[in-house]
Write a protein that binds this ligand. Structure first.
Ligand SMILES: Cc1ncc(COP(=O)(O)O)c(C=O)c1O
Length: 393
């Protein structure tokens, strides 16, 4: 009786890891969490204060379906200030997180059978959004030795009359890598539209992130407050779209979601206007953890060809330990009591990899690395047992 549409949605395997970890914790086992894709930091105080003020002032009603004008204006100022691009409030739709923005975007953009190009590996939910509205995700493998970056020429080969958009995500989940300026420019010329998930902007440790709007207007930006501002539970995001799409997207919002949460929207204004120092503080801490985890993973024997410089993930090559990332991740959880995400979650081309999140305190990461090191040593020993020492007596 369950619709095919929902049956086709793949489960989010990272949740399977997390749920198993939680049941181990209930049984009294201490687990180190390196599988979780959300900041361990508390939301900055200036953002909480703005929400409390909004609540006390009685801003507890529906807002305009496109979002509070004050927030849309703040988003425009943010894009002008950071990337030098002109965005008008009429192009901005405020949503309850990046995820609903993605749903509304594909609902407005795709006819059944339309194609969207995405990289493999990719954020696990992307193909599900595309398929849910009848679209067809087309995977382009990206490779470790190339920093998991798209090659524009590989994209060009896959574009045909049904291609509506190329999906980019820089810095990326799960790789933590950035698309170079040159490749973004080349990609921006390729497809009718570019969809750019910019949710990890603000969390870049070397080099610089670029918005797709620096290159083309035929683009949809997806962005949100979950990551850089440590606001996952607040559910706030937005989309910047070409003006001719806004009315269609607005109709979807009005019917299915009405508006984003009013109090959260007031908090979002404070995030953009007052939380820059907090973001810088969190970024510096992430960077310290990033350097540490890369060093330790390499010492243990994982392969990291191009160091990730954004988001809070490392996608490490574990092929020399196992070809089956799902089994390996669950074995690490069982035996070493560390949660990690199997690469296969992010696409066939990430099989043999594990994703490590460094959104956890340095001492926990250190403990997790020590446990995995002992686990790997044990695994290698069982594979190549030490020759028995013969007593001289
Ligand atoms: C690449 C990417 N896009 C979107 C999301 C969803 O974010 P939100 O909390 O804004 O819905 C995530 C969450 O992990 C993500 O990693």
């Amino acid at each position: 009786m369950i619709s095919e549409r929902t049956q086709e949605i793949k489960p989010f395997i990272v949740m399977d890891v997390l749920e198993k970890a939680h049941s181990m914790e209930r049984a009294g086992i201490h687990v180190v969490h390196l599988e979780v894709g959300e900041p361990d930091f508390d939301t900055p105080q200036c953002i909480k204060d703005a929400a409390i003020r909004a609540l006390q002032a009685g801003y507890t009603h529906y807002t305009h379906s496109l979002g509070l004008m004050e927030l849309r204006e703040a988003i425009c100022r943010h894009y002008r200030h950071r990337y030098g691009v002109a965005v008008e409030p009429e192009q901005v739709v405020v949503t309850s997180g990046t995820s609903p923005a993605m749903f509304m975007l594909f609902a407005a953009l795709l006819e059944p059978g339309d194609k969207v190009i995405i990289s493999d590996p990719h954020y696990a939910c992307y193909p599900n959004f595309i398929r849910f509205v009848g679209g067809c995700p087309v995977m382009i493998p990206v490779y470790e030795d190339d920093g998991f970056q798209y090659r524009p020429e590989s994209i060009a080969k896959k574009i045909d009359g049904r291609t509506k958009a190329v999906f980019i995500n820089s810095p990326s989940n799960p790789t933590g890598n950035l698309l170079s300026h040159e490749r973004m420019e080349a990609i921006s010329r390729l497809s009718p539209y570019i969809v750019s998930d910019e949710i990890y902007h603000g969390l870049v440790y070397e080099g610089q992130e670029h918005s797709i709007l620096e290159y083309t207007d035929r683009a949809f930006v997806l962005n949100g407050f979950s990551k850089a501002y440590a606001m996952t539970g607040w559910r706030l995001g937005y989309m910047i779209a070409p003006k001719d799409f806004i009315r269609a997207i607005q109709k979807v919002q009005q019917n299915f979601f009405i508006s984003a949460n009013a109090i959260t929207q007031w908090a979002g204004i404070a995030a953009l206007e007052e939380a820059e120092d907090d973001v810088a503080r969190m970024r510096a801490i992430y960077d310290e953890r990033r350097r540490f985890i890369i060093k330790r993973l390499r010492e243990i024997g994982f392969g990291i060809t191009v160091e990730p410089t954004g988001a809070f993930y490392v996608l490490a090559n574990a092929k020399k330990f196992s070809a089956d990332s799902y089994k390996l991740a669950f074995d690490i959880l069982d035996k070493a009591h560390v949660g990690v995400t199997p690469g296969i979650v992010f696409g066939a081309n990430a099989e043999g990899y594990l994703r490590f999140s460094y959104a956890n305190a340095l001492e926990n990461i250190a403990e997790g690395m020590d446990r995995i090191e002992r686990y790997i040593e044990g695994k290698l020993e069982t594979r190549n047992p030490k020759p028995e020492t013969i007593s001289s007596e």
